[in-house]
Design a protein around this ligand. Structure first.
Ligand code: MN3
Length: 246
């Protein structure tokens, strides 16, 4: 194993603490699955952009094909590229005497781009075509937890959409599982990494960066959010909830 491999493996552990791997940390098999779904390539020692789990037009008419293609192939790819660059620079700096401002810059780049990669990976698989698993309402123990924590699915949906609509600038809204209180919460996120409740495990996220909706919805973020509710992959969110609770 090369020094660089160790470097990247350490970085993956850091990512896990903030999101995806934390969801499925209950078994080593689940961890391996998570590493694969994040596109880690051991041979190249770099992250690669994972493919979309469906066609670009699969979420029509709610999310248009052109938006999906640009969002995945350009924007998400950019976060993967930025994440690899930050890991490479931080690795190189450990052999140098970089000044504090340079280290701070690349640590911020790491946080931003790792967040972007994790968030989008969860976003794509958190959606499904409306004529397959997408839309409707959750069932079973996830539905019970939503009723317990938010009063009803309708009250949850109301708060989730309002939280997303009111993110200042670019960001996300998340349904998260907070493990110390075993509680579901709704959390805003600014950019790709700020404001999420510390220690919480993301279950369902909606991207409210303008690149996620502007081609079809222009400034009508609330209309995009109403449409998004029709493509939520609740069976997948249920699996994440099961995994988060161990
Ligand atoms: Mn995005």
């Amino acid at each position: 194993m090369t020094d660089s491999t160790i470097n990247r493996r350490t970085a993956l552990g850091v990512l896990g603490a903030t999101g995806l791997a934390a969801i499925s940390a209950s078994t080593s098999r689940a961890r391996a699955h998570t590493a694969a779904s994040l596109g880690w390539n051991d041979a190249k020692m770099a992250y690669e952009l994972p493919p979309l789990p469906y066609a670009f037009d699969a979420l029509e008419p709610h999310i248009d094909a052109q938006t999906m293609e640009i969002h995945h192939d350009k924007h998400h790819a950019g976060y993967v590229k930025g994440l690899n660059a930050a890991l490479d620079r931080l690795h190189a700096m450990r052999a140098e005497t970089a000044d504090a401002a340079t280290i701070q810059h690349w640590q911020r780049q790491l946080s931003f781009h790792a967040g972007g990669h994790l968030n989008h990976t969860l976003f794509w698989s958190g959606m499904a075509p409306a004529d397959e698993d997408g839309g409707g309402a959750p069932t079973g123990i996830l539905a019970e937890a939503i009723n317990r924590n938010f009063g009803s699915y309708d009250r949850f949906a109301w708060q989730f959409q309002r939280a997303a609509a009111t993110v200042e600038g670019s960001g996300w809204a998340w349904l998260v599982y907070e493990p110390t209180a075993s509680m579901l919460m709704i959390s805003q996120m600014e950019n790709q990494q700020k404001l999420l409740v510390p220690g919480s495990i993301p279950l369902l996220g909606v991207d409210v960066w303008e690149h996620a909706y502007y081609l079809k919805y222009q400034n009508r973020r609330a209309t995009y959010l109403e449409a998004f509710m029709n493509v939520i992959n609740w069976p997948e969110i249920q699996r994440r909830y099961d995994s988060a609770r161990g």
